[in-house]
Design a binder for this molecule. Structure first.
Ligand SMILES: [Zn+2]
Length: 275
């Protein structure tokens, strides 16, 4: 399941492929969307915005294609005219001047105007997105702090994965953020100190941001580099705790524990995260 940084990187690839030049063709598989094809052809794609697991491909005539990949949807970028060999169902094709952005298998596709975006049931229901480029970091941090305050009696392990509270944090980011904050997964915001809460709000932005820039590395970058140079596999140098069951904590040497919290596997250091 892709997390915020991976979705943002997918959106970047689509942007690089089709944003800018006039769009030469748009094809929807769903009949009720086909009337929009002629409205979108000849327009430009301005940007591809991500909101949680949803994407908004904004065109310069004010229309946007909303897509949510659910579990099976996948975008593929190909040179124009070169469709991939796949059994997947093509649901949407956007042809730029050199490349095509193809969306396969996704079931949730809509065309929305400004009002439609504002009133969209999924988009209205989700919390602040830690990967949203349009929101200033200070504003985002304030919103995240508010969410932590609002849900202060819920355990952080569940809270961080709840898209209604915060978007863009998936399973590996959850373990990493809690480790760096020195907070046990079963702690609630109400059990945290003021400075832990401040740190949490900060890390909820900076950890996904680093993962986005580095292709998923949340570990200290110097350490990751050293370990990589020593021949360690990516699974070993990528994270502080995630996926490192029974191995030594990079910070204190204690053995990392794997457990299940809020239905998903979670890794933590019992010494660094004892509250
Ligand atoms: Zn430790």
């Amino acid at each position: 399941m892709p997390e915020g940084p991976e979705i943002r990187r997918a959106a970047d690839r689509i942007e690089q492929a089709i944003a800018g030049p006039l769009i030469e063709d748009v094809q929807f598989a769903f009949e009720h969307l086909q009337p929009y094809e002629s409205e979108l052809i000849g327009q430009r794609v301005l940007e591809v915005e991500t909101r949680g697991k949803a994407m908004l491909t904004h065109f310069d005539n004010g229309l946007s294609i909303y897509s949510h990949n659910q579990l099976y949807g996948v975008w593929m970028i190909r040179p124009k005219g070169h469709f991939p060999q796949t059994r997947r169902q093509l649901r949407l094709a956007i042809h730029g001047d050199e490349k095509m952005a193809l969306l396969y298998s996704a079931s949730s596709i809509e065309v929305l105007g400004q009002e439609g975006i504002k009133n969209h049931s999924f988009l209205r229901g989700i919390g602040p997105d830690v990967m949203n480029k349009a929101t200033q970091k200070q504003t985002l941090k304030r919103r995240l702090s508010k969410q932590l305050e609002k849900h202060k009696r819920r355990r952080l392990c569940g809270l961080l994965l709840d898209q209604k509270v915060v978007c863009g944090i998936g399973n590996y980011l959850r373990s990493e953020i809690l480790f760096l904050a020195g907070v046990h997964p079963s702690q609630r915001p109400v059990d945290c100190t003021e400075s832990q809460l401040k740190l949490l709000a900060k890390l909820m932005i900076s950890v996904p941001e680093q993962a986005y820039k580095t292709g998923g590395i949340t570990n200290d970058l110097k350490r990751a580099e050293t370990l990589k140079a020593q021949g360690a596999p990516k699974s070993q140098y990528r994270h502080w705790v995630f996926g490192r069951k029974n191995q030594s904590c990079y910070s204190c040497g204690e053995t990392i524990i794997k457990s299940t919290f809020a239905g998903r596997r979670c890794y933590y250091c019992p010494t660094c995260q004892n509250g």
